[in-house]
Structures are given as structure tokens and as C-alpha cells.
Design a protein around this ligand. Structure first.
Ligand code: GDP
Length: 589
């Protein structure tokens, strides 16, 4: 065990490392040089390199990589005794078409996702409803794939998950996904068995499926999972569902402090003409008010307008409140936490610290187009699908990119997102793609005519989508197209040669007995002499009693024409195995 443990970032400059280690920087540069790395004081080296160098220098020091801050590791606040009860944050999830959106509509008594392509949302939308004087915050999580990508961002947010299962369709893959999420996020589950108005509705079946296959036992059967039968269409059961959500939430004793600087999560961000940055936030603690200085990641600003989810102006927003604000100077990233500061000076200094941290962490991934090209050429052998993604808003972009990265290819083909950004597809994107034989995916963005022309000239593929699933399907199909086909051989029959009639340069005519299965024209034959395979041939005709036959079965004698690639000296007693050979297009799991 080393005497001293020093925590360093993912990457560090040579100068910084020297300082940390209390060594003359020339020592370090020299050691790096010995290892084949020509460096300067400002050169960044990654953690692994730093570790090797420290080891080689024989210092009694151990480097430890500073964990990148992830959302799930967000600090948990100690509650003061002044903490107040806060509304539960409830995510509505379930299989596509099981009625998530309709249920939200019914709960909020208003349309929530009108005009959303395919009815699928691509970022977290948040709403609030009031039941018996108590607020409930509802998160509309995107479709399941996008959702999986969002899991890390949404996980710590969610107190309760309403899992919507259509009573006429039962448990489906995304239902299971949702259950898994809820469990991993440590959220309570309330099942809404929806579409009870339908004739084919079978709540019992849904309950049985959930109980027997997924460990969710309905309360009425002595278990502890609340299941409510509802119809988003008629509104039946909705109030009971909300009561149950509140009941389940009460058991959690959800609290937050309000006498503390406001903090929370960025759940949406985009630019709007006339308004500038429009950012969706979910306040987790404290009271957010207009005029507060905010920092999220490396973006900062001052709350100019504070609106609730429905667009009404708010004077303040407390814990669990979803709000939309304007006033950020640049767009914060979806999933960033935000913090408020007393004044602009503090906010700015927090931003500069965040920038430095960010640069340090990003350095290792900060490659230029030229680097990329080089990497691509080097990796020409490996099968890569390179993708550039452009999307309308940051939330969508994160969803698309994260979902793309989730496509599993068994490591056979790598999908590499070599560029991504918010905004329309640009000539720059096309140039980068042209260099790297890349597909550009545009999500909810426009393709300007000039860019289209350039793409056509450079034969760059651009694909525009409005529905995330379709985009993902396309990417998957593109990857599948790159997979080598699978060769499938099916054995059809066997035959033993009884006589050879003619042997030509590339054809043998012989007779034999079918010993198993059958033989027919077009099959491939493996020819065995003893145990040894001596040739492969194609059956070009089959005859039975001097007549051309379609098929001859086990137990019958037949004549055969075999086409070979070179002269085949067949002998009596040789065995033939017949089979079909197909090239199957492979699909990804
Ligand atoms: P989502 O993909 O889970 O958001 O599902 P939607 O809310 O878009 O609903 C999918 C379809 O099911 C739509 O055609 C809805 O009108 C229909 N639907 C949703 N809830 C109900 C319900 O309670 N009863 C009936 N009959 N249809 C419903």
C-alpha cells in the first residue's frame, strides 16, 4: 500500500501532476520521454499514463481516479428539523400504446402531448395536479428506449412509478423495463391497469402475470403492490389512482427544506426565438424565485421569468415543482443539476470552476476532426457504423445519443457517435461525415437545401426522423446490414453409392440407395470416402426408374447427376450427405 493516495482527475496536465507530486516538472517530462511520450508542461495526459509514470518514478504515491460526478451520486441533503412535506414525484411509465399519455391527459384534464410525433416524448416533461388539496408532480417519461437512456438522470428524482398496463394487452417488454427501473430507482410502484372500458379487458390476467412472473403481488391477494383498475378514456378509477399514489407516498414521508438555496435538476432545455434559452427545471429543495442566480454545469443565468408547467407566472417555486424559466445565458445540459447563488459574482465563480473541471474531464475525449479521421483509418478493419446526430433540443439529443449507444451488437459492430449537437444539419456536419463515411441522423431538425446539395454531391447519407424509435430502428437496420450473413446448413438426406456410370470433367453420374431422408435436385452433397470428405458437389438431376424425379426417399434406389468443381473419382460405397445451405441475414438482438 502506498503511503500517500492522491486523487486526480480523468486527465491532468504535466504541470499539474508535477505540482501535485511536488516534483520538478522536468523530471516528469523526462520520465514521459523515456516512455515515448514527448510532452510539454501544458500537455494533458490521461489517468492511466499518469499512474504508469508515477509508478516508474518509484514514488510512494498511489493515484486514484476522481469519479466523474454522476447524477445518481448527487449529494443527499441532510434535512433540517424545519423540513416540510413535499409533493411526491411520480413517473408514468409502461409499454407503448398502453395509455401513458392518455392517462396523463385524464389526470391533468387537459391534453399534454398533442402533436408529439408518434405520441412519444423525447425529454422529461413534468406536470402537476392537485388532489384533495395536495399536489402531485408527474413526470412524462419518454418511450422505453429513450427512457432507458434517461434512467440515470431520472432515477433519483422518482418517488413513485405508476406502471400503466393495458388490461387488454397485459405485461409487455416495456412494462418489465419499467418495473426494473422502478426497483433500481428504489421507487414505490403503483400499477394502473388501464383500458378497463374495453371488452377484452382482463385485469385478473394482468394481475396474475405481474404476481407470478414479476413479483408484484396485488394487495387484494395479500401482497403489497397497489393496483388500480382505470380507464383513461372514461376517467373511471383515476381519482382512486391518485389517492393511492398519495397514500403510497405518505408512507415514504417525503420532505425537503425550503430555507436553503434552491437546487434541482435540468429536465429540458432549448432555444426559442424571442425568449432565448427556455429551460425546464425540477426544484428539489429551496425556493426558486425570479432574480435568483443559477448555475447548471457550465451555464449560468438569472431567473428572468418563472412559469409553472402550464405557463402561468409564479412568484416562487418550492420542492417538487416543475418550472420553466428563461434567463440562462447559454443552454444547460439535460440532466445537469442546478444550484442558486446569492449574487452574480458567486454564480460566475462557480461557473469558472465548473469550466475548469469540465475541461479537465473532457480533455481525453476532446478529439478534432483530423484525429477522428486518423482513428477511423486505423480502425478500418473493425466494423464501425459512424453516426452524427443533430436534434432540436438538448433533451432529445441526449435521449437519441444515449439510446443509440444502448444498441447491443455483441461487440461485433461498433456504433460510434462521432459528433452530435443541437440545431439543423450543417455543411460542417456533412464535411465531417464525408471524411468518415458516416450517417447523419437528424431528429426533429431541418435539412437546409444547400446542405442537402452538398450531401448529395459528397454521397453523404442523411436521414431525418421525428420519432425516436424509427431513428433507432434505422440505425439498427444499418448495423444489421453490416453484419456478415449467417450460413445455415440443413441436412436433408443420405445416400450410399452403388454404381458409377460416367465420370466427366465436372460431372459424375452415379446410382445409389437413399439411406435416410431424401434427395432432390438443387441440394448440395458432401462426398465421403470412408471418413474423409473428398468433395462437395451439387445435385443437378435425380432419376428414379430412368425417369426424372423430383424427390427420392429413404429406401429407394436412384440415379444422380453431380456437378463438381473438379473431376471427382467416385467409388462404390462412398457416402453422400445432402443438405441445403442458406445465407441468413442476421439481426441484432
Ligand atoms: P402511450 O403510448 O402509452 O402514451 O399510449 P396512448 O396514451 O397514446 O394510448 C394509446 C392508444 O390507446 C390511443 O389510441 C388511446 O386512445 C388508447 N387508449 C388509451 N387509454 C385508453 C382507455 O382507457 N380505453 C380505451 N378504450 N383506449 C385507450
Amino acid at each position: 500500500m502506498a503511503e500517500k493516495i492522491i486523487v486526480v482527475a480523468e486527465s491532468i496536465t504535466v504541470g499539474e501532476l508535477a505540482q501535485t507530486l511536488n516534483l520538478p516538472v522536468t523530471n516528469l517530462i523526462g520520465e514521459l520521454f523515456k516512455n515515448g511520450i514527448v510532452s510539454t508542461i501544458n500537455q494533458r495526459i490521461d489517468f492511466e499514463t499518469a499512474t504508469i509514470i508515477v509508478e516508474e518514478l518509484g514514488l510512494d504515491v498511489e493515484l486514484e481516479k476522481k469519479a466523474a460526478a454522476t447524477i445518481s451520486e448527487r449529494k443527499v441533503h441532510e434535512l433540517s428539523d424545519k423540513a416540510v412535506t413535499r409533493p411526491p414525484i411520480v413517473a408514468v411509465m409502461g409499454h407503448v400504446d398502453h395509455g401513458k399519455t392518455s392517462l396523463l391527459d385524464a389526470i391533468l384534464k387537459q391534453k399534454v402531448a398533442d402533436g408529439e410525433a408518434g405520441g412519444i416524448t423525447q425529454h422529461i416533461s413534468a406536470y402537476q395536479t392537485v388532489r384533495n388539496g395536495r399536489s402531485i408532480t408527474l413526470l412524462d417519461t419518454p418511450g422505453h428506449e429513450a427512457f432507458a437512456a434517461l434512467r440515470q438522470h431520472g432515477a433519483t428524482l422518482t418517488d413513485v412509478v405508476i406502471i400503466v398496463v393495458a388490461a387488454d394487452d397485459g405485461v409487455k417488454p416495456q412494462t418489465i423495463e419499467a418495473i426494473r427501473f422502478a426497483k433500481s430507482a428504489n421507487a414505490k410502484i403503483v400499477v394502473a391497469i388501464n383500458k378497463m372500458d374495453k371488452e377484452a379487458a382482463n385485469a385478473q390476467l394482468v394481475k396474475t402475470q405481474l404476481a407470478t412472473e414479476h413479483g408484484l403481488n396485488p394487495e387484494e391477494w395479500g401482497g403489497d403492490t397497489v393496483m388500480v383498475e382505470v380507464s383513461a378514456k372514461t376517467g373511471a378509477g383515476i381519482e382512486k389512482l391518485l389517492d393511492m399514489v398519495l397514500l403510497v407516498a405518505d408512507l415514504e414521508d417525503l420532505k425537503a427544506d425550503i430555507d436553503t438555496p434552491a437546487e434541482g435538476l435540468v429536465i429540458e432545455s432549448h432555444m426559442e426565438t424571442g425568449r432565448g434559452s427556455v429551460v425546464g427545471l425540477l426544484v428539489e429543495q429551496g425556493m426558486l424565485r425570479p432574480g435568483h442566480f443559477l448555475v447548471a454545469g457550465t451555464a449560468y443565468g438569472k431567473v428572468r421569468t418563472l412559469l409553472d408547467f402550464a405557463g402561468n407566472t409564479l412568484k416562487e417555486a418550492g420542492p417538487s415543482t416543475p418550472v420553466t424559466i428563461t434567463g440562462f445565458k447559454e443552454l444547460p445540459q439535460f440532466g445537469d443539476t442546478f444550484t442558486t447563488y446569492k449574487n452574480e459574482k458567486e454564480a460566475r465563480s462557480a461557473v469558472s470552476i465548473a469550466r475548469i473541471e469540465n475541461e479537465k474531464n473532457a480533455a481525453s475525449t476532446n478529439v478534432t476532426g483530423a484525429d477522428l479521421l486518423k482513428m477511423m483509418n486505423q480502425q478500418h478493419e473493425s466494423q464501425d457504423l459512424n453516426i452524427i446526430v443533430k436534434a432540436d433540443v438538448q433533451g432529445s439529443l441526449t435521449s437519441v445519443v444515449d439510446s443509440l449507444r444502448l444498441i447491443d451488437t455483441d461487440g461485433e459492430i461498433a456504433l460510434r457517435v462521432i459528433g452530435s449537437g443541437v440545431g439543423n444539419i450543417s455543411e460542417n456536419d456533412v464535411r465531417l461525415a464525408a471524411d468518415a463515411s458516416t450517417i447523419i441522423y437528424g431528429f426533429n431538425v431541418v435539412l437546409p437545401p444547400a446542405v442537402k446539395q452538398l450531401a448529395a454531391r459528397d454521397k453523404v447519407q442523411i436521414r431525418l426522423y421525428k420519432v425516436i424509435y424509427e431513428l433507432l430502428d434505422d440505425a439498427r437496420a444499418s448495423m444489421e446490414a453490416m453484419l456478415a450473413p449467417e450460413v445455415v446448413e440443413t441436412e436433408i438426406g443420405k445416400l450410399t453409392i452403388k454404381g458409377i456410370f460416367r465420370t466427366l470433367k465436372d460431372t459424375v453420374i452415379a446410382g445409389g440407395e437413399v439411406t435416410s431422408g431424401k434427395v432432390s435436385k438443387g441440394l448440395i452433397a458432401r462426398v465421403f470416402h470412408g471418413d474423409e470428405q473428398i468433395a462437395e458437389a451439387e445435385v443437378t438431376s435425380v432419376q428414379r426408374q430412368q425417369q426424372e424425379a423430383k424427390e427420392v426417399y429413404e429406401g429407394d434406389m436412384c440415379g444422380l447427376s453431380l456437378k463438381t468443381s473438379k473431376k471427382l473419382l467416385l467409388e462404390e460405397g462412398d457416402k453422400l450427405e445432402f443438405f441445403t445451405r442458406e445465407l441468413l441475414k442476421r439481426t441484432l438482438k
